[in-house]
Design a protein around this ligand. Sequence first.
Ligand code: COA
Length: 531
Amino acid sequence: MSVIQSKINRHSESYRSNYEAMQQLVGELEKKKTEALFQGDEKYIARVKKSGRLLARERIELILDEDSPFMELLPFAGWGTDGFGTGGTIVVGIGFVSGKMCVINSNVGTIKGGAVDYATLQKGLRIGEIALENELPVINMVESAGANLPDQAKIFNYGGANFREITRRSQKKIPTISIVFGNSTAGGAYIPGMSDYVIMVKNEAKVFLAGPPLVKMATNEVTDEESLGGAKMHSTLSGVADYMAEDEKHALRLAREIMSYLKTKDTDYEEDDVKEPVYVSEEILGIVSADVRVPFDQRELIARIVDGSEFSEFKPLYGSTLITGYARINGYRIGIIANNGVLFSEAANKGAQFIQLCNQNDTPLLFLQNITGFMVGRKYEEEGIIKHGAKMINAVSNSTVPAITIITGASYGAGNYAMCGRAYKPRFLFTYPNSKIAVMGPDQLAGVMQIIGRAAAEKAGTAYDEEQGKQVAQYMVKEAEKQSNAWYASGQLWDDGVIDPRETRNYLKMCMDVIHRTEVKGAEGFGVFRM
Ligand code: COA
């Protein structure tokens, strides 16, 4: 291999004139770069600063890893056009968040309220293309007045592609996290609406199809922005938000936390030093109720089985009878689904959503069962508890990531199915010695049989023998109790063993090693979800 011998003459006229011309062009580039840093009129910037909020570029700086580069892309989009100026109203680029490479797209709310002009639309579509082609997760920092209304005709049709692309990436297991810092109205509401993970900032996010004035015009309803589309409403009622942040910095921390649990193409690193839980396993014995009718907070159990007792809870304010979230066990990522009460429709939907996310993210699942079943009653039937429960059962049935189930208390009714009971083929299923597996509790079972007996007698026009009914009921309670306890279940091979609750983490550590011997790969699709 030979080294090229350069023949340039640094003293030649052509060299000197090239050099000067290029120097001038580079100067122009620097000028334009500075122009592109424009973040809006001073009055809007001052307003942001006064309120203690962050500017678009500050948000990027804070979300990136300390030593991360930021390769800004398309900074000159819109230059020389009659739009909102060089760079439009988004700052986009590629950097590292929690060690993982991703695309960041930050709305500049201080230029025209972050409204989207034609160049910004094109820029957004191009960065989406880059994310798709290179399989990069996307973090959207949302604060936008939506389409540039005077120019809406040019924007409206192609604008829809932005929403299409979020869900197409999702289908290809490339997640999008949206952090809503401000306005995200009308079509813009579908940015969080289509995203895989949504964080909204308390008292700042405004996400609705129409703001209060338009609602008044359309339906005469008088309402305010906060109740119509604030972070609290979306986190507790609509479920559009998965996380509610106390302020902007908390929102950025939450996004970094989510990123740390995402599997990405090149950087699925496991922690080198596995942290032990900060609480001792002995305490599990005092936490789990020996009597399955007495509830206990499964978070207390989670705190004693996962690495460092660290748990990133998903949708903590929604469907609160089901706990969902990410953690690590022996360094491996795991999605945990734990019952904290009866399953209502919201909880079932949340479970179905989280199972889909774990499949998108190739993350194994741990089910901690303590479930008396789905909520019953007229109100719940009317709101479609069956179809909502069916969504969760659909998700569990078609999920292809390995699952481990531990029955920590009751395992009754279709709750057993939705929470990956034996028939749903978890890789391992262990029970605690206090656990009960049955179609329902013994007293309920006997009571139902008595009601049926009375009704049958009435229909036949005969008298119901109360004394005999009572005896039969007592017998049934005894039988059901016998057939639903942990020893009976284990005898029937309904589990892979009854375990000492204090040993849970040790079992899980071993199971995690076992399940990672084969590729952990989430489902490519699910059955049709009933809506
Ligand atoms: N299209 C074009 N320009 C817009 C715009 C839009 N959708 N929304 C706001 N602007 C402009 C304003 O004209 C103003 O321009 P200026 O700086 O030249 O004066 C600037 O953005 C700031 O707007 P302003 O209303 O003063 O700021 P704000 O911080 O008080 O409120 C919003 C921001 C986003 C809450 C408010 O502007 C708003 O509600 N906009 C309309 C949102 C909407 O309904 N969009 C429909 C999208 S399909």
